[in-house]
Design a protein around this ligand. Structure first.
Ligand code: AVI
Length: 328
């Protein structure tokens, strides 16, 4: 089992929250990622307040099919699950974001008593929880700010039937080995007899993939560049985001969309006291978004100790949702 990073309770927030003692982890990850021959930044660092807002805008784009496709599938999934989980269950959402996708489950599954959203962006989570609580006053909401890449300690629960929820194909942002380790950690967080409902993007024509990550309004480009703004803001770096171009493409051999920021000039950037040189045309690899056929994903889930109980495929097989059961 991977060890959780050190956290302490943030008592000034009215939520069960854990915030890293220092963001030395962020600084170390950035400096070591930029020292690699292929420079890279971890995609989880996209999601500060500004990055989370850009991601919400991406979800409204017609080109970004995963969001709406999954949202259309969830009411069907939820009405099937209402019979499987009739009473007293707790949903634990990993990477909860704006808490939109939980709503079809809450509306169709009266058995959901408690909701524990886990997200790395504390302010975003707090605002979303306030809104959700006013829409569903009966629901017990216990948010946790934390990094779900590691096992997370859950607050005390009033019941035992736990269903993890990981929509949006966020699992695609991990490489397959990390995805397997996320799935193992989720089994550990959720415990015996739990389930996991997970949304996973499918392999499809690169035509759809290219549009989804290269939208006409340039919102994905702003989302991508915001990671440099965040490093400037939080680590005192001096990136000029305008000197980096958004570049996204489907790498068929690896089965993933890659996002990069390509330096448009030879330049040297000061990052937290370290000089980082860029050749013109050199890129920072900022994100992978793996796509899985149903067979590939079932194999991955089973290798991490889950049994696949049910699969739902959206129209034209554009997206898939799976119900997994902890094999214990
Ligand atoms: C959050 N994640 C699943 C999105 C994706 O599609 O990989 C992030 C994203 N990157 C560019 N557009 C959306």
């Amino acid at each position: 089992m991977t060890t959780a990073r050190s956290f302490y309770p943030a008592t000034d927030l009215n939520i069960t929250a854990y915030i890293p003692v220092v963001d030395r982890n962020f600084a170390d990850d950035v400096i070591s990622g930029l020292a690699l021959p292929q420079k890279q930044l971890h995609a989880k660092y996209f999601y500060d307040q500004q990055g989370s807002d850009f991601f919400d805008q991406i979800c409204q784009l017609e080109e970004y099919y995963p969001y709406q496709t999954e949202l259309n599938l969830l009411p069907i999934v939820a009405s099937d699950l209402a019979n499987t989980f009739p009473t007293d269950c707790t949903i634990v959402e990993f990477g909860a974001g704006s808490l939109i996708k939980i709503k079809p489950l809450l509306s169709a599954m009266p058995g959901i008593r408690q909701f524990i959203p886990i997200d790395i962006s504390g302010i975003h989570l707090e605002l979303a929880c306030q809104q959700l609580q006013s829409d569903y006053p009966e629901l017990i909401v216990k948010p946790v700010v934390g990094d779900f890449c590691f096992p997370v300690e859950l607050p005390a629960l009033h019941n035992q039937q736990k269903i993890g929820f990981f929509p949006g194909s966020t699992i695609g942002n991990f490489c397959p080995a990390q995805a397997a380790s996320f799935l193992e950690n989720a089994r550990c967080t959720l415990g015996p007899d739990s389930h996991l409902l997970i949304g996973v993007d499918t392999k499809k024509s690169p035509y759809y993939l290219h549009r989804a990550y290269n939208d006409a309004n340039g919102i994905t480009a702003k989302f991508n560049r915001n990671i440099l703004n965040r490093i400037n803001r939080e680590l005192g770096a001096n990136f000029e985001p305008d000197y980096f171009e958004h570049y996204a493409f489907y790498n068929a051999g690896q089965g993933r969309v890659e996002m990069h920021l390509v330096s448009t000039a030879e330049q040297v950037v000061d990052v937290f006291g370290t000089a980082v040189s860029f050749a013109a045309g050199e890129s920072i690899h900022t994100e992978n978004s793996y796509k899985y056929t149903p067979d590939e994903f079932c194999q991955l889930a089973e290798s991490a100790g889950w049994q696949v109980e049910q699969t739902w495929l959206a129209e034209k097989d554009l997206f898939a949702t799976y119900l997994l059961r902890n094999g214990n």
